[in-house]
Write a protein that binds this ligand. Structure first.
Ligand code: NAP
Length: 258
């Protein structure tokens, strides 16, 4: 009893309420598009947490250079995620009942911007094949293994702010990123009962090659790779019973460079 007349009573949580969270050390992750940009930042942050990371991208040389920096818990896998057979056989040969994936970050992405009558067929197909077909190929191969996992698993899909509201010159890219939004929402509803979390992360402009190549005007206040990676780590570390299905990350002030 204190001077206010109130008595503080400690009430323990009932046993049936689990407050455990994913302990990242020794977990197994797959990060697509790990050869540069956001994917390389995710790989670095996960390895620092003690996670074994399979880093996928087409450029094996860049992935190997990353392994040389991060060490052997980063495993470079030279692969094109638009090739369904290659993905399916890699997943089948890599994972087993005694080696189950805990985390999948679907990050690889292609973006081409411009007027609809200037966008080439190759650019349209590259966006749909990478941003949509690729996510389907790898997720549908990995999920059966995640379902066997006794502890919770987590799929993070990297969408975009352009998957929530579009702009002129982004028809193809937005079509693919709105698709990721719908894919993620359906998947979180489907997989929550299997103890698999699905989160769609929609970033605004990030300081990477992707943005530099996009032709969209840069600004002083782009999102920074390490900040996004740290934030995604914190999403992975949320308590098992807490699901973030979707989140948008924006620069505070996105005025163009003058
Ligand atoms: N930068 C931004 O402003 C921004 C904003 C919102 C959302 N995003 C999204 O964030 C994600 C990462 O973007 P970023 O800025 O880091 O892009 P980035 O620097 O261009 O990196 C893209 C990564 O994807 C890989 N990749 C592309 N096509 C692939 C394929 N067919 N198979 C395997 N890997 C492939 C690339 O590696 P290889 O070339 O070696 O295959 C590279 O590692 C993308 O989904 C992008 O749409 C970016």
């Amino acid at each position: 009893m204190d001077g206010t007349g109130w008595q503080l009573v400690f009430v323990p949580f009932p046993d049936h309420i689990k407050l455990s969270k994913m302990q990242l050390k020794k977990k197994i992750a797959i990060v697509t598009g790990a050869s540069r940009g956001l994917g390389a930042a995710f790989a670095k942050a996960l390895v620092a947490k003690g996670v074994v990371v399979y880093g996928l991208a087409r450029n094996l040389q860049k992935l190997t250079a990353i392994r040389n920096k991060l060490g052997d818990t980063f495993i470079p896998i030279g692969m094109d995620i638009t090739e369904q057979n290659t993905i399916a056989s890699w997943v089948k040969n890599t994972f087993s009942d005694s080696h189950l994936p805990d985390i999948l970050i679907n990050n690889a992405g292609a973006g081409y911007f411009g007027k609809i009558d200037e966008l080439t067929l190759e650019q349209w197909h590259a966006m749909i094949n990478t941003n949509l077909n690729g996510i389907f190929y790898i997720s549908s191969s990995i999920v059966p293994f995640m379902k066997k996992n006794n502890s919770s698993s987590h799929i993070i899909n990297i969408g975009s702010i352009l998957g929530k509201a579009s702009r002129a010159g982004a028809a193809g890219y937005s079509a693919s990123k709105y698709g990721i939004q719908g894919f993620s929402e359906a998947l979180f509803k489907e997989l929550r009962k299997d103890n698999i979390k699905v989160t769609c992360v929609n970033p605004g402009s990030i300081d990477t090659h992707f943005f530099q190549d996009s032709g969209i005007e840069p600004h002083h206040n782009m999102l920074q790779l390490d900040d996004i990676a740290a934030f995604v780590i914190s999403i992975l570390e949320t308590p098992d019973n807490l699901l973030i299905d979707e989140i948008t990350l924006r620069p505070l002030n996105s005025r163009p460079v003058t």
